[in-house]
Design a binder for this molecule. Structure first.
Ligand code: ADP
Length: 284
């Protein structure tokens, strides 16, 4: 049989299908998240990639910001548990996982088999998240995937002093107007996100091998700056953005094979930090 994990994020829908042995047999990613047809598209792509039908799926697990929208999923789990579990598979030696997605950033400490031991999270403010980088790419009228190429061409760091996305966007626009090079501004933007993430990592404590997951892990410029700030090399995988969906698929498999029902794996709700006053930077 097969097990389906679906991660309905704020900006992208990711789906992974695993088999009885936990091997990945299908993947789907669609750059459209909660509240759109993105989840269905990602699921169809993953099933087709695996060459299986929905009837072949023994258990499904939804995770991510929009997980409760998938009312037919057999079970739901938090992104924290799923990212920890997925990272346990993708990076067997990692003890610290830094995940930056479209609207939150988190640092996880994981134990044996990807068990979540501790975490710190920024989930109420767009600063330091993919959303921050998406907004900045919008100012430069480039794709977010192009930011790393700009960073590679930078000759200095044009520092961004505002941490709030809304103020930082204005700061970037005025730096452009005063003739600063885009590459140097991008370096400043990456430094700012790296600084914020390193602060989160400090709260958890960086231990053992460090891995990075989430869509922002695909940005080599940011990764390198973060690596220098925390003083550790950072492991990455081309499947980094699918990590949460992989964890969900593995959780569905484990629960099914051990005979656990959805109520046996239900989790208590974890509260995030309060948002900064009046900020609507991430649209929440
Ligand atoms: P979510 O689960 O909240 O939708 P993801 O983990 O899918 O978040 O990450 C989405 C973010 O990843 C986007 O906001 C974008 O900033 C970043 N991203 C996606 N693809 C790339 C890429 N190829 N290069 C750099 N950044 C990327």
């Amino acid at each position: 049989m097969y097990y389906l994990g679906i991660d309905i994020g704020s900006t992208a829908s990711k789906c992974v299908v695993v088999d009885d042995s936990g091997e990945i047999v299908g993947k789907g990613l669609y750059s459209s998240g909660a509240g759109t047809s993105g989840p269905r598209t990602a699921i169809d792509a993953a099933l087709s990639d695996a060459g299986v039908a929905m009837d072949d799926v023994a258990r499904s697990c939804a995770t991510g910001y929009g997980r409760n929208l998938l009312d037919w999923a057999d079970m739901t789990l938090s992104e924290l548990s799923c990212h920890a579990k997925g990272a346990g598979r993708l990076f067997p030696t990692a003890k610290t996982v830094i995940d930056i997605g479209g609207q939150d950033a988190k640092v996880l400490r994981i134990g044996e088999g990807g068990r979540l031991e501790n975490f710190a999270m920024n989930d109420k403010c767009a600063a330091g998240t993919g959303r921050f980088l998406d907004v900045m790419a919008g100012v430069f009228q480039c794709k977010v995937s192009d930011l790393q190429d700009y960073d590679a061409k930078s000759t200095k760091v044009a520092s961004i002093s505002s941490t709030c996305t809304v103020f930082a966007e204005s700061e970037v626009i005025s730096k452009l107007a005063s003739g600063e090079q885009i590459a140097d501004i991008v370096a400043g933007i990456h430094e700012s996100v790296a600084e914020r993430t390193a602060g989160l990592a400090k709260r958890v404590g960086v231990a053992g091998d460090v891995a990075m997951t989430g869509g922002v892990a695909l940005n080599a410029g940011l990764r390198d700056r973060l690596s220098r700030k925390i003083g550790h090399p950072i492991l990455v995988s081309r499947l980094a953005q699918l990590n949460g969906a992989l964890g969900a698929a593995l959780a569905a498999r484990d629960a099914c094979l051990s005979g656990k029902g959805a109520e046996d794996v239900a989790e208590p709700r974890r509260e995030g930090p309060a948002s900064c006053e009046g900020c609507a930077g991430n649209g929440r």
